[in-house]
Every structure is written in C-alpha cells, then in structure tokens.
Design a binder for this molecule. Structure first.
Ligand code: UGA
Length: 501
C-alpha cells in the first residue's frame, strides 16, 4: 500500500542502475530517539522514508504530528517532511520492511542484569525482515550493538529467509548523536562510519549519505549559512570495526569524564580549581576541551550502558578492561559524594525543604533514563527530605516515578522557602537566574551545584553558601566579603505554591 501511495519503484531495478539517484526508499524500524532523528533527517536530505514501531500508540501520535520526545528542531522538521509526504509512519512493520530498499534498525538495546546488551529486539527485527522481504535489501545496524552482532544479524537473516531469491547485505552505520543536539549532529557530523563487507553496500550507503557528506540539503538548524567547518570525514571499515568504534568512542568519553571528576576530587583536597585545570588541559589539542566537565557524572541511556556492555564484551573475549571498570566505579561514587555534600551542609536532612533544579540527564532533553537526578531524589526521599523540583522538560517523566516530589512551574517557586537548592542538570537557564531574588526567597541561602554551573565567587558575593565539585572558595581570588546575617531575609519555609502535578 505504501509503495503505491508514494509511487515507489518496483524492486526489479538493479542496484547498480540506482546509483546516481538522489532519492532512495528507506525504512526505519524503531521510533525512539535514534530512529526518529535518523528517519526525519534522511527525509530532510531528500529520501523517501517510512518509519515503524511496535508501539501502535506512538505511531498514531506521530501520524497526528505529536512527537513523543523533546529534541530541538525535530518536531518542525518531522511535520514539514510528513506534510510533503517524504516521511510516513506505519504500525505495520511488514509493510515498512517491504517498502525500503535500505532498512535502518534503530531499536533499543537496553542493558541486561549482567550489563550485557539485550539484543532480543534486534533478533526480532531480523526475523521480521527475513520473513517479509520480497526483494533484496541493505540492512543497516544503527542501534548500538556489541562487536560481532552484524555477523549474527547476517546469520539470522539467512536462516529465516522465506524467499530464496532475496539477498540481504548487512552494514553497520553507528550513530554519534548527542541528545539535545541530535538533529545538528546528524546533519553536520564530524565523521560518518560505514562498516561494510561488499562494494554494493558501500555504494548504497554513500548514496544515502551523499547529501550530508556533500552538504547538499537545506539546513533547518542554522537560519543563516551553516558555520564553516570541515566537511565530515567518511570512514569505511569492516562491520566488526564499525561496531567497536561506537563502543570505544562512548567508553572513552566516559573515561574522560571520570578522569576530570577524579581531578576535581584532588582539587578539593589539595587546593585547586578544576575549571582552571581542565581549561588549560583542554588547550592541548591531544586532549581537547570537551567532556572534561566535573560534577555528578555521566548518565543517560548511552554512556552508562555502553560502558557496561563494553566491559562485558571485553571480559567474554578474555580481556580485563579494568580501566573502564574504574571509570564506571568513579561515576557511581559521584552520587555518594554529592549526597555527602548535602548532608554536611544541612546536618539533618529529614524534614528539610530541598529544592532541585534540573532532572534531565543533561540539558536540552526531556530524557531521564539513568539520570543522576533519579538516584539523588531517591536518597533524599529515603532520608525524609521534602523535595520540590523544577525542570524545563523532564517533570512529566520524573513525576511518573516520584509522585511524592512537588513539581513547580518555575525555578523561583522551587527556591521559595527552601533550605537548600541543588543543581542537577546543566540547563543554561539556571545560570541566568536572578540570584539576588533567589537569595531573598530561600529559607537558607545554600546552593549545592552538581554541575559546576555557577561561579563560586559570584555566588559568595550574592551571600550564598555554595558548594560545587573541585572548586573551593579558598582557591579562588579575590575572596568575597562575608554577608552579615542581618542582611538575610529568610522566607517562611513551606509557603503554598501551585503544583504542576
Ligand atoms: C552520548 C555520546 O556523546 C554520543 O556521541 C553518542 O552518539 C550517544 O551517547 C549514543 O550512544 O547514542 P548522550 O547520551 O546524548 O550522547 O550524552 P552526552 O552528551 O555524551 O552526555 C552524557 C552524560 O555525561 C550526561 O549526563 C552529561 O551531563 C555528562 N557529562 C558530559 C559530564 O558529566 N561531563 C562532561 O564533560 C560531559
């Protein structure tokens, strides 16, 4: 039905003849973060894309233009491409499989109890493709998977194939999208990796990515011309290498963060400012400035699970990746250290009004999966704190897990009457708060900053007791004069304010 609706060509045409075409028929299986961004961006690049998901409600919502995730630029792009019929949605997975000449697998690979990736969704999709395909297909792994999954995928496709004349070519095309900037990352990548085992797959992937590699698309992210940066580097490897590139990259980023966090701990002990240290470190091009922000550590659905899966993969291959185990251990300890800072500052946590700014695992997303905030909330509630919270995007998702937390429509309402204010997500909005005003409405001017978002000296000038990670005030010059107690206008604790949910 989809084939007819969009005037798709028949499968008889040989792939060689198709090269040079700017438009390919692409199916995307899985409408999560990766699938929706991939499908929408490939449609934006000019291809004919159909997306499917095993959650029919999600598909109904998408057909009605409701995007189930918050990702900058995605809803406008999705709506425009849906309107122009370059992007469609179906809950009939078989129909989606038959429609595409290339099928991108974008299903979840969540962690199992033992830390290994659960590949059951990939297996299900492979069997579905094998059963439904009536013409030869390029099957592209986009989901993050352990090395050698491509080989298994090829085997399953072959074993379950119903039509003997149908050929499956498998490729790995790992994604390096960051939530919050996923659309920009897709359209302006630093590198594009193709893990392939045959020339036809490589050529077809080149055709799919040609608009992005050659920057031949109308950029929906930058209003004016896009920033002049180097064009993306195309890296063509084996399938195993491509799978490893993804895990190795995410694990390295995790290690970099844990390393910065350890330096922050040393700064606290010996006197030093982590921001000064990492800034100078980052000026060395061999190190680079990014992913050196110390604080609560890494969360989200990618880094924590990919680190675990990489450790297990190494173990199963007889390699003890102890370095990575340590990075994971350091990361888990961040929450202990943060809660300890809260305890030390508040003395008794029970019955204290604790305001929380930020719930998402990082800024510019509504995603709370493996967010450090969840564990902080759990521990505060277990100790009997009265928790009040605000986040631009993540309150609905958090309130489903923690209904006992009071959610407010703006940060000042959270600060009102609070004994402590915690910053758990690096939303830029928090940096721009009117801190004079916050000072005036808190019961006690105490800020514990899990993201090193604020400047200790400026906070001291406002009169706050401020704690970050690796930034003790004594190490910063010039020290701010102490604020007299009489200047502090304590607001009455527990003032009645409107609840969001
Ligand atoms: C990560 C990778 O950065 C992407 O390249 C990859 O494609 C993606 O996983 C994936 O596998 O799909 P993402 O999970 O969106 O992207 O988040 P990051 O930007 O990597 O941040 C992860 C966590 O590390 C966040 O909790 C963030 O707050 C924390 N972080 C990041 C730090 O604590 N310090 C830093 O310096 C940077």
């Amino acid at each position: 039905m989809l084939l007819a609706r969009f005037g798709f060509e028949s499968g008889a045409e040989s792939l060689e003849k198709k090269f040079g075409r700017s438009k390919l028929r692409i199916s995307v299986i899985g409408c999560g973060y990766v699938g929706l961004v991939t499908g929408t961006c490939l449609a934006e690049a000019g291809h004919q894309v159909v997306c499917t998901d095993n959650d029919p409600q999600r598909i109904t919502a998408l057909k009605a233009g409701v995007v189930p995730i918050y990702e900058p630029h995605l809803d406008a792009m999705l709506a425009a491409n849906h309107r122009s019929q370059k992007l469609s949605f179906t809950s009939d997975a078989g129909e989606a499989v038959r429609a595409g000449e290339a099928i991108f697998i974008c299903v979840g690979t969540p962690p199992l109890e033992n830390g290994e990736a659960d590949l059951s969704a990939i297996d299900n999709v492979a069997r579905l493709i094998a059963a439904e395909a009536c013409e030869s297909k390029l099957v592209v792994e986009k989901s993050t998977v352990p090395a050698q999954t491509g080989q298994q995928l090829k085997r399953v496709l072959g074993v379950y194939r119903r039509n003997g004349s149908v050929e499956f070519r498998v490729a790995s095309n790992p994604e390096f999208l960051r939530e919050g900037t996923a659309v920009e990352d897709f359209l302006h990548p630093d590198r594009v990796v193709f893990g392939v085992e045959d020339e036809v797959s490589e050529k077809q992937l080149r055709e799919i990515y040609r608009p992005i590699l050659e920057r031949r698309f109308r950029c929906p992210v930058h209003m004016s011309p896009c920033p002049a940066t180097e064009p993306p580097t195309l890296v063509v490897t084996t399938i195993n290498s491509a799978e490893l590139i993804k895990h190795a990259s995410n694990s390295f980023l995790a290690m970099k963060i844990s390393y910065a966090n350890m330096i922050a701990d040393v700064c606290e002990k010996v006197g030093g400012d982590i921001k000064e240290v990492t800034r100078a470190m980052g000026l060395d091009p061999r190190i680079g400035p990014r992913f050196l922000d110390a604080g609560l550590g890494f969360g989200g659905f990618c880094l924590p699970k990919d680190v675990q899966a990489f450790i297990r993969l190494a173990e199963r291959s007889g390699v003890d990746f102890s370095m990575l185990k340590e990075a994971e251990r350091v990361n888990k300890r961040r929450i202990d250290l943060f809660v300890e800072k809260i305890r030390q500052a508040l003395w008794v946590v029970k019955d204290k009004q604790v305001g929380v700014l930020g719930l998402a695992f990082k800024a510019n997303t509504d995603d709370i999966r493996f967010a450090p905030s969840l564990e902080v909330l759990r521990r505060l509630l277990a100790e009997g704190a009265q928790v009040r919270a605000y986040d631009q995007e993540a309150m609905d998702k958090t309130s489903a897990i923690f209904p006992q937390v009071r959610y407010f429509r703006e940060p000042y309402e959270v600060a009102h009457g609070a004994d402590a204010l915690l910053i758990l997500t690096e939303w830029p909005e928090f940096r721009q708060l009117d801190w004079e005003r916050v000072y005036g409405i808190m019961a006690r001017p105490l800020v514990i900053d899990g993201r090193n978002l604020l400047e200790p000296a400026a906070m001291a000038e406002h009169g706050f007791e401020y704690h970050g990670f690796g930034r003790t005030l004594e190490n910063l010059a010039p020290a701010a004069p102490p604020v007299p107690a009489s200047a502090f206008k304590a607001a009455s604790a527990g003032a009645e304010l409107p609840l969001v949910s």
